[in-house]
Design a protein around this ligand. Structure first.
Ligand code: PLP
Length: 458
């Protein structure tokens, strides 16, 4: 029973937070989150907060789901841990592998478990290169990712991703990783239709492949919808064209489903929503609704055949690959998603409703663009909207308008993330329409307050 100030002081003294200004923490103090239920959080001061980010894109079934809690307790009592290294396996891991094969697109019969999404993407680098070694093409080493893509924080994950702030620290990317520009119509394509821009953006992949030499390229990796980059929903033409280009040059296609997987986009996997068939998929977050860490790689037939029939031992793995307690929680989570038809709820009901409600924000003088896909959505803060240019123009980045808006979100009891001047949400998939209305009311109030502050400061 410490006070909030005491918790904040201890936090600032000992806890180095990810992606957070270490100095700032001591000055400003953290908000201490102390409990949660359904889509709401409470802080140590008793303030109720609507969690518009599902934790960190992961608490898809909302907080307080008894079946997940009980699954963890039961498994911990029976067998909290055992490894999968000694030609041993645990029942929850086997059963989860089976269920993942059932819900994955056709051809995905195998899974390699990791403890996180970053480890899944690290695994991809070694798995893809091993595939090409076994195929007799060891010169195929290069993996192409995208600027502003996010694939995690390990050396390989952060290298595959295209976050300049991450590359600037620690000498990234590692060798043989290359990037193309992101399919961000608002930033790069406003002089053409979204469909034409989708083809143009996919064409950047072909240009890059030809520049590097097609026989040197091993794989392309992307998030079906870029999450941390700002919920960038690509035009409908983009992914089918990416698929065509990968097929043309025989390049493996990897879908990072860490955010998009398990219903977020209205299908089990984001690649299904975006209309492409990857060779490999990485996952984490929503597989266990973030109640416990778990990730992995789903391996499609093309790669599995080579790895299994020609490969033998893959010298790779983690202590927590197939962690039985994590797998038991994931099984309970997937059971809940299936029994309560959560994916269909997103696809047919609340996903389209969120899209409709976000589209209404286009009338706001601060909003230059809205985008959504299933239960993820973004709005772009702009100035100077006119009938001729309804998308407005960007604010100077040093104004940090996104952070002003975020300040009002916090003050109004809403977690909404600012990515530059793009405000994003990815709320739990179990939300009701009434709860979406409540969230939209808060968003509108935050936009109005941001508008007022900017108007006053000129
Ligand atoms: N890939 C994507 C698309 C992500 O959004 C994230 C995390 O946000 C990761 C990978 C990394 O996952 P983790 O933080 O579990 O390592």
């Amino acid at each position: 029973n410490r006070t909030t100030q005491e918790w904040q002081a201890a936090d600032a003294r000992h806890f180095l937070h990810p992606f957070t200004d270490f100095k700032g923490l001591a000055a400003k103090g953290s908000r201490i989150i102390s409990k949660a239920d359904n889509i709401y959080l409470w802080d140590s001061e008793g303030h109720k907060i609507l969690d518009g980010m599902s934790g960190l894109w992961c608490v898809n079934v909302g907080y307080g789901q008894q079946s997940l809690i009980e699954a963890a307790a039961k498994q911990m009592a029976e067998l909290p841990f055992y490894n999968a290294f000694f030609q041993t396996a645990t029942m929850p891991a086997i059963e989860l592998a089976e269920v993942l094969a059932e819900i994955s697109p056709p051809g995905f019969e195998h899974v390699f478990f990791t403890g996180s999404g970053s480890e899944g993407n690290d695994t991809i680098v070694r798995m893809v290169r091993r595939y090409w070694d076994l195929k007799g093409s060891p010169e195929r080493q290069i993996i192409i990712g995208r600027i502003n893509g996010y694939h995690g924080s390990t050396m390989a994950g952060a290298s595959l991703g295209g976050m300049s702030g991450m590359h600037a620290q620690g000498g990234l990317p590692i060798p043989n990783i290359s990037h193309i520009e992101q399919p961000h119509w608002f930033e790069h394509g406003q002089d053409m239709s979204r469909e034409d821009f989708g083809l143009k953006a996919a064409g950047w992949l072909e240009e890059k492949i030809l520049a590097l030499g097609a026989d040197k390229v091993a794989a392309f990796i992307g998030e079906p919808v870029q999450g941390a980059g700002g919920v960038i929903v690509p035009p409908s033409t983009y992914w089918p064209e990416i698929q065509r280009i990968c097929d043309k040059y025989g390049i493996l296609l990897v879908s990072d489903e860490v955010i998009c997987g398990f219903g977020r986009t209205g299908n089990w996997f984001g690649c299904e929503t975006m209309g492409f068939k990857p060779d490999l998929m990485t996952f984490a977050k929503g597989v266990s609704s973030g109640y416990i860490p778990l990730g992995g790689v789903l391996v499609g037939a093309r790669v599995a055949k080579v790895l299994i029939e020609e490969g033998g031992e893959f010298n790779h793995g983690f202590t927590y690959s197939g962690h039985p307690t994590a797998c038991a929680v994931a099984l309970a989570n997937l059971k809940l998603l299936r029994e309560q038809h959560v994916v269909e709820h997103v696809r047919d009901d609340i996903g389209p409703y969120l899209a409709q409600r976000f589209a209404e924000l286009n009338e706001h003088p601060l909003v230059g663009e809205t985008q959504s896909c299933g239960m993820m959505a973004a709005l772009q803060l702009v100035k100077g909207k006119t009938p001729d240019k309804p998308t407005g123009t960007a604010f100077a980045s040093e104004l940090e308008v996104g952070m002003i808006c975020r300040k009002y979100c916090f003050a109004n009891g809403l977690i909404m993330r600012a990515v530059g001047d793009r405000m994003i949400v990815a709320p739990p998939l179990v939300m009701t329409r009434t709860q979406i209305d409540e969230m939209m009311g808060l968003i509108r109030r935050c936009l109005d307050q941001t508008w007022e502050e900017l108007s006053q400061s000129g």
